[in-house]
Design a binder for this molecule. Structure first.
Ligand code: DAH
Length: 339
């Protein structure tokens, strides 16, 4: 027994490995339930009592020595963490994708902001509209060919209900419900039964403008549109008005913004003229005021209507209107904004 105790002591004393796994192996070899020291204690139990006294102390010393040595080894050589499991709290957090505004909304919000600055409020109307608000009140006589200017989607073959073909219908609703002075813009979706191509779509957005008060003149209309064009397109922007026809305005005009004619894109966008058509406008026809319960002898007004997609396409140089409706993330992600 003594021989074994001495041999084990020697082995323990000479152990000087710092590898945590080797230290653990040493502990198992000597101190576990089935280890060498436990085996010595088993032998010890079976010994005659005289011998026990002699061996007992050495055996206890051996056990104590083994425990202290292994404790020491363990505390000076801690188990190394697996590198893969380490958490580095200084690493940046995951990127969350925040999304972006749709270019049509960016342009719409900017235009609303420009008109809000000069006292226009925002009004809205329904997308499914009746004949009165979309056509009749706006001075489109029944059977009049002007209705053909706007290819209409009728609802369930009912000629009295349709998807609105323009936001001018909101003008009628506002004039029916409010008293002048009225200064309002009406953004919204409109629908036309048209073939879809790179330049036109059957769904698009318009922003309608309406100003009704005493003594509103064509000069007020021109000045308001010049203000808008210079806010939106730049301080040096020039506009021109060309005579046109709409049933609900008299006189009527198309508004062009000078775009420039320097490169191929300018030629394409302006059909070689340098001028870009951005909206229709005019003085509200007295019949329309009358239809909406406003006395045309007392009040006058101007109105205008513009297509949001066209303006967004110009602003962002988008060559195909269909891109605005496909919701392809690769396209939409390019429009980051604070607005
Ligand atoms: N509603 C017309 C369209 O969709 C645009 C328009 C023209 C609106 C002249 C107006 C206006 O308010 O005065 O083509």
């Amino acid at each position: 027994m003594n021989l074994k105790i001495n041999a084990y002591l020697e082995e323990l004393k000479s152990f000087n490995d710092s590898n945590a796994q080797k230290i653990e192996e040493l502990r198992i070899k000597f101190l576990s339930k089935k280890g060498l020291i436990a085996a010595l204690f088993e032998e010890f139990k079976a010994m005659p009592s005289q011998e026990k006294r002699e061996v007992g102390r050495s055996l206890n010393d051996l056990k104590k020595f083994a425990s202290t040595k292994i404790e020491e080894l363990k505390s000076t050589n801690p188990v190394e963490e697996d590198a893969g499991e380490k958490i580095d709290s200084t690493r940046p957090a995951n990127n969350y994708f925040l999304g972006s505004r749709h270019p049509v909304n960016l342009v719409k919000n900017e235009i609303i902001g420009i008109f809000e600055k000069i006292g226009f409020n925002v009004s809205e109307g329904p997308e499914v509209e009746d004949d009165w608000h979309n056509f009749t009140a706006l001075n489109f006589p029944e059977e009049h060919p002007a209705r053909d200017m706007q290819d209409t989607f009728f609802v369930a073959k009912d000629p009295d209900w349709a998807l609105r073909t323009h936001t001018s219908s909101v003008q009628v609703r506002v004039m029916e419900n409010d008293k002048p002075p009225i200064r309002t813009i009406s953004p919204g979706r409109v629908f036309r039964n048209e073939a879809i191509s790179a330049r036109s779509h059957c769904i698009f957005h318009q922003i309608e403008g309406l100003y009704v008060d005493k003594n509103v003149s064509f000069a007020d209309l021109k000045q308001t549109l010049l203000y808008f064009a210079q806010e939106f397109f730049g301080k040096e922007t020039k506009i021109r008005l060309r005579p046109s026809y709409f049933p609900f305005t008299e006189p009527s005009a198309e508004v062009d913004v000078y775009w420039g004619l320097e490169n191929e894109v300018d030629y394409k966008m302006t059909k070689g003229t340098g001028w870009l058509e951005v909206m229709g406008c005019g003085m509200v026809d007295p019949n329309v005021l009358k239809n909406c319960g406003i006395d045309p002898e007392v009040y006058s007004g101007f109105a205008f209507g513009m297509g949001v997609e066209r303006i967004a396409m110009q602003r962002y140089q988008i060559s195909d209107i269909r891109l605005l409706f496909e919701n392809d993330m690769r396209f939409l992600e390019q429009f980051q904004s604070e607005l």
